[in-house]
Write a protein that binds this ligand. Sequence first.
Ligand code: GLA
Length: 378
Amino acid sequence: MKNSVLELYTRIFPGSPRFLVRSPGRVNLIGEHTDYNDGFVLPLAINYAVWIALSPLDENRVELYSGDFDQQLGFDLGEIRNRKETWLEYIKGVAAHLINKGFNLKGFQGVIQSNLPIGAGLSSSAAIEMAAVKAFSGVSGFSIGVKEMALVGQKVENDWIGVNCGIMDQLISAGGVRDHAVFIDCRSLDYRPIRIPGNALIAILDTATRRELAHSAYNERRRQCEQAARFFNIASLRDLSLELFLENRSKLDITVGNRALHVISENQRTRLTTEKLEENDLKAAGKLLVESHRSLRDLYEVSSPALNQISEAALASRGCYGARMTGGGFGGCAVALVDANKAENFQEDLYRLYRNVSGLEPKIYLSSAVDGTELITV
Ligand code: GLA
């Protein structure tokens, strides 16, 4: 990727770029639909990323060519308007929010290219946002920490793009740690790297289906969680104990109760999974992944037939400790914890089993965990 982005730059602009930015996508191992409930998540940054090659401009302007869309677009930093039209909105949104926070931004020209599948639930938009923050920090000469970067990205999604997401995707894209998953407390935004045991492999399983109606269902789940928190008079479901929930469950709407039970139990599972990984107990960690999937399927109702089929196919494949849907749901990818010595057997079985049951061709990415967004001076 690195060379192809450098080459692309020299094809579009004279000279060579001053900076390179690499910003990874993510897969979440466990802790789903917990981030906007102030809960816990355990994602990792993956070796598929958005890249930008860029050089400062004297003008107060951004000129960017997208290799993925074969399109060059630009905007003036002094006059940023939200048109909600193209991939450029992510860059404009980041610029607008950084300016709002008091950063003095300089312009740049550059190219952007990604090998992250778009819309597969691997957070390509968070990766673009974090790449844009780093690109501006490079040309403008300021430094910015991981938490602050993530908050800027989340604000862009919420206010500029209109997607009501939590903080997980941006925080892991910016703060990923090589060979580690990262346990994030989504209330304090404190995070702790958890080493992925050497005998384990994280497989990302693309169902070849894409999310549909995901936005409205996502927002509905958020509202139901808020409704449950209001009922218990707490700031968020993070603060609800299982005991108190069970004592009062019958007074809650059944669906709202199911949503709350998912969040409470998922937070517990996420904490337990970190312990099991640290103890190198892959069997126990895998079991927790399977429980998470059931809870997302039956209580939170964000799975899909394809996600159920691929998770079951994974479980029936050689070398699999556990599997579950990952990300927002309704399509996209599942994640599996696999015995590193059986990677080939696993892929062979999964491919055949999923294709037989669904008629679709899965894509399998065996990903290592990589560091978060980085700025490289060329
Ligand atoms: C999407 C959102 C995240 C998170 C997940 C579900 O990926 O962007 O903030 O809520 O769904 O865990």
